[in-house]
Ligand binder design. Structure first.
Ligand SMILES: NC(=O)c1ccc[n+]([C@@H]2O[C@H](COP(=O)([O-])OP(=O)(O)OC[C@H]3O[C@@H](n4cnc5c(N)ncnc54)[C@H](OP(=O)(O)O)[C@@H]3O)[C@@H](O)[C@H]2O)c1
Length: 300
């Protein structure tokens, strides 16, 4: 945890009002906390293992997997990898998952999304051992989250809770409005931030396409989290001055990243994640936190 303004980045643009909340210092703090835990596991003869499965030839997905494997190697993990061809069948994917479930040197498994159209991703996810589900998206883990039981927590929601805590943005007792109820972000984030815990414990409202006047809710919130995947959906007129804004939703057009939060929101917000390097780095840190916790549970 740092002092409130320690990691703030000031912009050279004099019009820029909001304090920026970059994700990298948050991720660095998480990795620093994980390092001695990884050392302890290795010293006890249990080198943590992150298994990865990539199906197909999507170059962006291959890049994400490579980046995660490189980070795994840096952290001292083993990182067994299976690359299935674009033509792989559901049975091929299930066989790879079964092998990872059974592998003694694998504590956590990542099935890279998206998979080719012939693959039923949700069915594949169901085959994964929930205790090795590093993304925390298996229905058993969503159930554990709803019940407040320990287990892997979806990475981006966990990253957002950690980011707010790192910058000492008060969440407990505050009004948080989440724009989007998707299964990877909005819905698990609502469960997480309403849990009874110092870094959560919020009054959470979730808005979506079923709430046409959703700005009425974002305008009264003290923290607004964009989780829609609709570029520029969040505009300054949807915010109350001084609000904290977290941009989780993004859409990619090729390699171009289009965030939900319009740039001009920086003129109204009191604190805001940067358009690039905001929530993303915290997501990866949470993936490794889930993997370390999975290794610790298996070791225990
Ligand atoms: N930064 C990261 O590392 C990271 C990780 C995971 C996800 N994400 C991003 O987070 C976003 C959400 O992901 P997801 O899988 O949870 O999303 P999703 O399943 O696509 O859900 C999007 C949500 O936004 C709502 N929405 C869409 N358009 C809207 C509109 N015009 N007005 C009001 N609500 C609207 C939808 O409402 P309905 O339910 O009514 O359709 C839905 O609840 C995506 O952009 C994804 O790329 C980022």
């Amino acid at each position: 945890m740092t002092a409130p303004h320690e990691d703030a980045v000031s912009s050279e643009n004099t019009q820029h009002q909001a304090r920026l909340l970059p994700g990298k210092p948050v991720a660095d703090a998480v990795f620093a906390e994980l390092a001695p835990r990884i050392e302890a596991l290795v010293a006890a003869g249990h080198r943590p293992g992150l298994g990865t499965i990539l199906v197909g030839e999507d170059s962006a997905s291959a890049g994400y997997i490579r980046m995660k494997m490189d980070r795994a190697a840096e952290l001292g993990f083993t990182s067994p990898h299976v690359h299935l061809p674009q033509s792989a069948t559901q049975a091929d994917v299930l066989a790879a998952i079964t092998d990872m479930n059974d592998a003694d040197d694998v504590d956590a498994v990542l099935l890279q999304h998206p998979t080719p159209p012939q693959i039923d991703f949700d069915a594949a996810l169901l085959a994964l051992d929930p205790d090795k589900d590093v993304d925390g998206l298996h229905p058993v883990n969503m159930g554990r989250l709803a019940l407040g039981m320990p287990g892997p927590v979806p990475c981006t929601p966990a990253g957002i809770e950690t980011l707010l805590a790192h910058y000492e943005i008060p969440v407990a007792g505050r009004e948080v409005c989440i724009l989007g109820r998707g299964t990877t972000l909005g819905r698990p984030l609502a469960l997480l931030l309403s849990q009874k815990r110092d870094t959560a414990n919020a009054a959470v409202t979730v808005v979506h396409t079923g709430v046409p006047d959703w700005p009425a809710y974002t305008r009264r919130a003290e923290i607004v989290i964009a989780a829609a995947g609709v570029p520029g959906i969040l505009q300054p007129e949807h915010l109350t001055p001084g609000v904290t804004v977290v941009g989780g939703g993004v859409r990619y057009e090729g390699r171009k990243l289009l965030p939900d939060v319009d740039e001009s929101c920086e003129q109204v917000a009191g604190a805001i994640t940067p358009r690039v390097g905001g929530v993303g780095p915290t997501t990866i840190a949470m993936l490794f936190r889930n993997a370390v916790e999975a290794a610790e549970r298996r070791r225990a």
